[in-house]
Design a protein around this ligand. Sequence first.
Ligand code: GLN
Length: 197
Amino acid sequence: MKVGVLALQGDVPEHLLALAPLLPKGDLVPTRTPADLARIDALFLPGGESTTIARLLQKAGLWTPIGTRLAKGMPVLATCAGFILLARRLAPSPAGRDPPTYGLVDVTIRRNDYGAQRESFEGPVRVEGLAGGPFPGVFIRAPRVVSVGPEAKPFAWRDREVVGVRQGTIWATTFHPELSGDLRLHRMFLKMVRPRT
Ligand code: GLN
Protein backbone atom coordinates (compact mmCIF):
# COMPACT_ATOMS: atom_id res chain seq x y z
CA MET A 1 0.00 0.00 0.00
CA LYS A 2 1.48 3.34 -1.07
CA VAL A 3 0.58 6.56 0.68
CA GLY A 4 1.35 9.93 -0.87
CA VAL A 5 1.97 13.30 0.72
CA LEU A 6 1.47 16.16 -1.70
CA ALA A 7 4.92 17.72 -1.61
CA LEU A 8 4.62 21.06 -3.39
CA GLN A 9 4.40 23.58 -0.53
CA GLY A 10 3.51 23.76 3.15
CA ASP A 11 4.12 21.46 6.10
CA VAL A 12 5.24 18.52 3.98
CA PRO A 13 8.21 17.41 6.16
CA GLU A 14 5.94 17.35 9.22
CA HIS A 15 3.48 15.04 7.44
CA LEU A 16 6.29 12.78 6.27
CA LEU A 17 7.71 12.62 9.81
CA ALA A 18 4.30 11.83 11.30
CA LEU A 19 3.73 9.02 8.81
CA ALA A 20 7.23 7.53 8.92
CA PRO A 21 6.64 5.38 12.02
CA LEU A 22 3.31 4.14 10.65
CA LEU A 23 4.38 2.79 7.24
CA PRO A 24 7.21 0.74 5.77
CA LYS A 25 9.73 3.18 4.31
CA GLY A 26 9.10 2.48 0.66
CA ASP A 27 5.36 2.97 1.07
CA LEU A 28 5.59 6.70 1.72
CA VAL A 29 5.62 8.70 -1.53
CA PRO A 30 6.30 12.45 -1.57
CA THR A 31 3.98 13.33 -4.44
CA ARG A 32 5.10 15.94 -6.95
CA THR A 33 4.24 14.54 -10.37
CA PRO A 34 1.43 12.66 -12.14
CA ALA A 35 3.74 9.59 -12.11
CA ASP A 36 3.96 9.77 -8.29
CA LEU A 37 0.18 10.11 -8.10
CA ALA A 38 -0.32 7.03 -10.27
CA ARG A 39 1.59 4.91 -7.69
CA ILE A 40 -0.36 5.85 -4.58
CA ASP A 41 -3.46 4.42 -2.90
CA ALA A 42 -4.17 7.39 -0.63
CA LEU A 43 -3.06 11.01 -0.38
CA PHE A 44 -2.35 13.49 2.39
CA LEU A 45 -2.97 17.13 1.48
CA PRO A 46 -0.89 19.24 3.85
CA GLY A 47 -1.47 22.69 5.25
CA GLY A 48 0.30 25.64 3.74
CA GLU A 49 -0.96 28.44 1.58
CA SER A 50 -3.96 27.25 -0.39
CA THR A 51 -3.58 29.84 -3.17
CA THR A 52 0.07 28.81 -3.66
CA ILE A 53 -0.66 25.07 -3.52
CA ALA A 54 -3.45 25.50 -6.10
CA ARG A 55 -1.09 27.35 -8.43
CA LEU A 56 1.66 24.76 -8.00
CA LEU A 57 -0.80 21.90 -8.57
CA GLN A 58 -1.67 23.41 -11.92
CA LYS A 59 1.97 24.02 -12.80
CA ALA A 60 2.90 20.43 -11.90
CA GLY A 61 0.12 19.06 -14.11
CA LEU A 62 -1.49 17.53 -11.02
CA TRP A 63 -4.70 19.51 -10.71
CA THR A 64 -6.75 17.47 -13.15
CA PRO A 65 -5.27 14.01 -12.36
CA ILE A 66 -5.94 14.54 -8.65
CA GLY A 67 -9.51 15.54 -9.50
CA THR A 68 -9.90 12.29 -11.44
CA ARG A 69 -8.57 10.20 -8.54
CA LEU A 70 -10.81 12.07 -6.08
CA ALA A 71 -13.80 11.26 -8.26
CA LYS A 72 -12.79 7.58 -8.14
CA GLY A 73 -12.77 7.59 -4.32
CA MET A 74 -9.08 7.85 -3.46
CA PRO A 75 -8.84 8.22 0.34
CA VAL A 76 -7.55 11.67 1.27
CA LEU A 77 -6.69 13.24 4.58
CA ALA A 78 -6.65 16.99 4.05
CA THR A 79 -5.53 19.47 6.67
CA CYS A 80 -6.13 23.19 6.76
CA ALA A 81 -5.09 24.57 3.33
CA GLY A 82 -5.70 21.04 1.98
CA PHE A 83 -9.26 21.19 3.33
CA ILE A 84 -9.80 24.57 1.62
CA LEU A 85 -8.78 23.07 -1.73
CA LEU A 86 -11.44 20.36 -1.45
CA ALA A 87 -14.30 22.55 -0.26
CA ARG A 88 -17.47 22.95 -2.26
CA ARG A 89 -18.00 26.58 -1.26
CA LEU A 90 -15.67 29.32 0.00
CA ALA A 91 -17.10 32.25 1.88
CA PRO A 92 -15.10 35.34 0.85
CA SER A 93 -12.02 35.49 3.09
CA PRO A 94 -10.78 38.56 4.98
CA ALA A 95 -7.63 38.38 2.83
CA GLY A 96 -9.82 38.83 -0.23
CA ARG A 97 -8.02 36.24 -2.33
CA ASP A 98 -9.37 32.74 -2.68
CA PRO A 99 -8.01 29.74 -4.57
CA PRO A 100 -9.90 27.58 -7.03
CA THR A 101 -11.18 24.43 -5.29
CA TYR A 102 -12.23 20.90 -6.26
CA GLY A 103 -15.71 21.74 -4.99
CA LEU A 104 -16.12 18.33 -3.42
CA VAL A 105 -16.55 18.43 0.34
CA ASP A 106 -20.01 19.74 1.12
CA VAL A 107 -19.11 22.64 3.40
CA THR A 108 -18.82 26.39 3.24
CA ILE A 109 -15.45 27.39 4.64
CA ARG A 110 -13.72 30.75 5.10
CA ARG A 111 -9.95 31.12 4.95
CA ASN A 112 -8.06 32.82 7.79
CA ASP A 113 -11.29 33.34 9.70
CA TYR A 114 -9.70 33.20 13.17
CA GLY A 115 -7.39 36.06 12.27
CA ALA A 116 -3.71 36.49 11.48
CA GLN A 117 -0.80 34.17 12.24
CA ARG A 118 -0.51 35.48 15.82
CA GLU A 119 -4.08 34.38 16.47
CA SER A 120 -3.05 30.76 15.89
CA PHE A 121 -3.96 28.59 18.87
CA GLU A 122 -4.07 25.11 20.34
CA GLY A 123 -6.94 23.44 22.11
CA PRO A 124 -8.67 20.13 22.74
CA VAL A 125 -10.69 18.65 19.91
CA ARG A 126 -13.31 15.96 20.35
CA VAL A 127 -12.98 13.34 17.61
CA GLU A 128 -15.75 10.84 17.07
CA GLY A 129 -14.60 7.23 17.33
CA LEU A 130 -11.18 8.12 18.73
CA ALA A 131 -10.27 6.33 21.96
CA GLY A 132 -8.00 7.93 24.53
CA GLY A 133 -9.55 11.32 25.16
CA PRO A 134 -9.52 14.67 23.38
CA PHE A 135 -7.13 15.26 20.51
CA PRO A 136 -4.64 18.14 20.75
CA GLY A 137 -5.80 20.52 18.03
CA VAL A 138 -3.20 22.82 16.49
CA PHE A 139 -4.81 25.64 14.52
CA ILE A 140 -2.55 27.82 12.38
CA ARG A 141 -4.21 30.65 10.50
CA ALA A 142 -6.95 28.13 10.17
CA PRO A 143 -10.05 28.33 8.05
CA ARG A 144 -13.42 28.17 9.79
CA VAL A 145 -16.19 25.81 8.72
CA VAL A 146 -19.13 28.17 8.29
CA SER A 147 -21.75 25.56 7.44
CA VAL A 148 -21.96 21.86 6.65
CA GLY A 149 -24.20 20.49 3.89
CA PRO A 150 -25.91 17.10 3.95
CA GLU A 151 -23.14 15.14 2.15
CA ALA A 152 -20.43 15.94 4.70
CA LYS A 153 -20.49 14.41 8.18
CA PRO A 154 -18.86 16.31 11.04
CA PHE A 155 -16.51 14.11 13.08
CA ALA A 156 -14.38 16.61 15.01
CA TRP A 157 -15.43 19.55 17.17
CA ARG A 158 -13.75 22.28 19.19
CA ASP A 159 -16.39 23.24 21.73
CA ARG A 160 -19.46 23.28 19.50
CA GLU A 161 -17.63 24.30 16.35
CA VAL A 162 -17.07 21.76 13.59
CA VAL A 163 -13.34 21.42 12.85
CA GLY A 164 -13.34 18.16 10.90
CA VAL A 165 -15.66 16.45 8.44
CA ARG A 166 -15.73 13.19 6.55
CA GLN A 167 -17.31 12.67 3.17
CA GLY A 168 -16.91 9.13 1.91
CA THR A 169 -13.19 8.41 1.89
CA ILE A 170 -12.24 12.07 2.34
CA TRP A 171 -11.34 13.32 5.82
CA ALA A 172 -10.72 17.02 6.19
CA THR A 173 -9.67 18.98 9.28
CA THR A 174 -9.06 22.66 9.92
CA PHE A 175 -6.37 21.71 12.48
CA HIS A 176 -3.01 19.99 11.97
CA PRO A 177 -2.83 16.44 13.37
CA GLU A 178 0.68 16.13 11.90
CA LEU A 179 1.94 18.87 14.24
CA SER A 180 0.55 17.56 17.51
CA GLY A 181 2.83 14.58 18.10
CA ASP A 182 -0.35 12.51 18.44
CA LEU A 183 -0.69 9.93 15.68
CA ARG A 184 -4.14 8.56 16.56
CA LEU A 185 -5.90 10.33 13.73
CA HIS A 186 -3.32 9.25 11.14
CA ARG A 187 -3.63 5.65 12.39
CA MET A 188 -7.43 5.76 12.24
CA PHE A 189 -7.32 7.12 8.68
CA LEU A 190 -4.76 4.57 7.48
CA LYS A 191 -6.99 1.72 8.68
CA MET A 192 -9.39 2.68 5.90
CA VAL A 193 -6.76 2.63 3.14
CA ARG A 194 -6.53 -0.46 0.94
CA PRO A 195 -4.27 -1.14 -2.02
CA ARG A 196 -6.05 -0.37 -5.28
CA THR A 197 -6.99 -3.45 -7.24
N1 GLN B 1 -4.25 30.34 5.86
C1 GLN B 1 -3.93 29.29 4.95
C2 GLN B 1 -4.78 29.36 3.69
O1 GLN B 1 -5.72 30.05 3.67
C3 GLN B 1 -4.12 27.93 5.60
C4 GLN B 1 -3.22 27.81 6.79
C5 GLN B 1 -2.72 26.44 7.02
O2 GLN B 1 -2.78 25.53 6.18
N2 GLN B 1 -2.14 26.27 8.18
O3 GLN B 1 -4.49 28.74 2.74
